[in-house]
Design a protein around this ligand. Structure first.
Ligand SMILES: [Zn+2]
Ligand SMILES: [Zn+2]
Length: 147
């Protein structure tokens, strides 16, 4: 992972965000909800410290209960629909940032895979990465990376 902050925004430019701190880890998630968001693929996201992230522009949000049982708030641009952030409600220390919205998508290389069991048979999972069959929350992923 890079040792600098990152920035990004949505497709239409109405929402911009930046982080003064670097991403902590990159993940690919094959949960069924992510397949809706990512056009049938895994979602590719980085996890970052919420306190370091600032956002300009209006966000819309949709909350739903994830396969993990957690209520997840997914934020997106109300104009162009670009997925931007996601976080577990009540667990706001970390934000999951959608790599498609980063200015430099090179920063988003996944270092682990979650919900691998929900991937379709044709879904590509990098066999060199650690893969969890189901959910690993953001905090656990960050801790695993640090050990
Ligand atoms: Zn937009
Ligand atoms: Zn997912």
């Amino acid at each position: 992972m890079p040792d600098q902050g990152f920035s990004g925004g949505c497709l239409c430019g109405a929402v911009r965000f930046s982080s003064s701190r670097p991403p902590l880890i990159g993940r690919a998630c094959w949960c069924r909800v992510c397949q809706y968001l990512a056009s049938g693929n895994a979602s590719i996201s980085i996890i970052a410290e919420s306190v370091a992230i600032s956002v300009t522009g209006e966000l819309a949000a949709y909350e739903s209960r994830a396969d993990s049982g957690n209520v997840i708030r997914r934020s997106f641009c109300p104009t162009c629909g670009t997925p931007l952030f996601c976080e577990a409600v009540g667990e706001s220390e970390y934000k999951v940032v959608r790599v498609g919205a980063l200015d430099d998508t090179e920063l988003g290389r996944p270092q682990s895979i979650i919900w691998a069991r929900s991937a379709p048979s044709w879904g590509w999972c990098d066999a060199s990465l650690p893969a969890a069959t189901t959910h690993v929350n953001a905090l656990e992923s960050v801790r695993e990376k640090a050990t």
